[in-house]
Design a protein around this ligand. Structure first.
Ligand code: DSN
Length: 413
């Protein structure tokens, strides 16, 4: 019904959406930060809640007519609190980087010193990269992973922290595949009186699904996007101790943003409701099991995996063995219907536009219902496509096999 109306009113956009639906249905999604939302999440996203303005917070709005909207926001807050054992949650942050900007604004003054992980070692742009607002407004100093193990060395984090005495320590990453020692970060921060900030954007679903440790009860402030492993709409939330609630809320509105996107808030509430169900724990367990199986299958084929494996949903494959760059690999895999993102490896000798690795993630394929056996097949597709990247016949053959595997695991549209 809604689709018919779009086709009638704007056939060009309707056609684009139809083609993207077909692409998502028939291709393998291995981008670690992507997932497939449920129909319920998408119905909330497409609802008339998008028509409303509600600057402010429940019962304290700057516009009339918000009684029902207040119910939506309060429900999203309650569910997020339960999911992460949080004292306070702001559900209005529009996305990951704006959420992080609000966190910095709530706890720091421009020029303050912050400690975060280097982007090329698995960190995130908003954790202090020089081209990002974070690196321009704040004085970021950075730690890296151990060159031998590819893992964060807490002794090194402590050494840098004691030397630099930052006002805040950031933990949480975009391309790091190992468990994070939250208690270790907290202990180091306590030694120097620094705030602790965890960005759990990538692993929030695995924490909600009780498969990996939760920093929310011990850290001062935690941000997460809602659309990655958490499988909700594109957006973010910020969680903090009750004593910081006011400053975090003020940083989001009126500090960073105007009106919240109430349709997105409703979709977040739906996703949190889904994540509170016991089946989400099984989903999270399977994501990790699939990532381990994919890593092992690639290791068996001779590929290097940064840090030697994974404890979460992602892995960074070192392509040096094939002597091809991440960009060529990304393109070869796209040609067979497999989406991945190029990635630096620690101390990468190659440039960021064509680094030495690709990052793979299993949240989306796990949502489709794929298991370890399919990960072996996917590893074989990847290996054959990379080795046959210049042979159109080989690529065409693999593309047909990818489509046929996808059709065994249809998306719920
Ligand atoms: N772009 C996201 C990712 O792919 O990790 C992080 O913001």
């Amino acid at each position: 019904m809604q689709e018919m109306s779009l086709i009638k009113q704007d056939p060009i956009i309707a056609d684009i959406i139809a083609r993207e639906t077909e692409r998502q249905s028939n291709e393998i999604e291995l981008i670690a930060s992507e997932n497939y939302t449920s129909l319920a999440v998408r119905i909330a996203l497409g609802s008339i809640l998008t028509n409303k303005y509600s600057e402010g917070y429940p019962a304290k709005r700057y516009y009339g007519g918000n009684t029902i909207i207040d119910e939506v926001e309060l429900l999203a807050i309650e569910r997020a609190k339960e999911l992460f054992s949080a004292e306070h949650v702001n559900v209005q942050a529009l996305s990951g980087s704006p959420a992080n900007a609000a966190v910095y604004m709530a706890f720091l003054e421009p020029g303050d010193k912050v400690l975060g992980l280097r982007l090329d070692h698995g960190g995130h742009l908003s954790h202090g990269h020089s081209v990002n607002f974070s690196g321009r407004l704040y004085n970021f100093v950075q730690y890296g992973v151990d060159p031998e193990t590819g893992m964060i060395d807490m002794a090194e984090v402590r050494r840098v922290a004691l030397e630099e005495k930052p006002k805040m320590i950031v933990a949480g990453f975009s391309a790091y595949s190992r468990e994070i020692d939250w208690d270790g970060f907290k202990a180091i921060a306590d030694e120097i009186g620094a705030f602790t900030f965890a960005d759990i954007a990538h692993i929030a679903g695995l924490i909600a699904g009780k498969q990996i440790a939760n920093p929310v009860p011990i850290f001062d402030v935690v941000s997460t996007t809602t659309h990655k492993t958490l499988r909700g709409p594109r957006g973010a939330i910020i969680m903090c101790k009750e004593k910081y609630a006011k400053q975090v809320n003020r940083a989001v509105f009126p500090g960073m943003q105007g009106g919240p996107h109430d349709n997105v808030t409703a979709a977040k509430a739906v996703a949190f409701g889904e994540a509170l169900k016991p089946e989400f724990q099984e989903y999270s367990r399977q994501i990790i099991s699939n990532a381990k199986a994919l890593a092992q299958s690639l290791i068996n084929k001779g590929y290097g995996i940064v840090s030697g494996g994974t404890d979460n949903h992602l892995l960074v494959v070192d392509l040096s063995v094939l002597n091809i760059g991440g960009k060529e690999a990304e393109q070869a895999l796209e040609a067979v219907g497999i989406s991945v993102s190029r990635s630096t490896i620690p101390n990468d000798p190659k440039p960021p536009l064509n680094p030495s690795g690709v990052r793979l993630g299993t949240p989306a394929v796990t949502t489709r219902g794929m298991k370890e056996i399919e990960m072996e097949k996917i590893a074989s597709f990847i290996d054959r496509a990379l080795k046959g990247k210049d042979d159109v016949r080989v690529l065409t053959e693999i593309k047909a096999e990818v489509k046929s595997l996808c059709q065994e695991f249809p998306l719920s549209l």
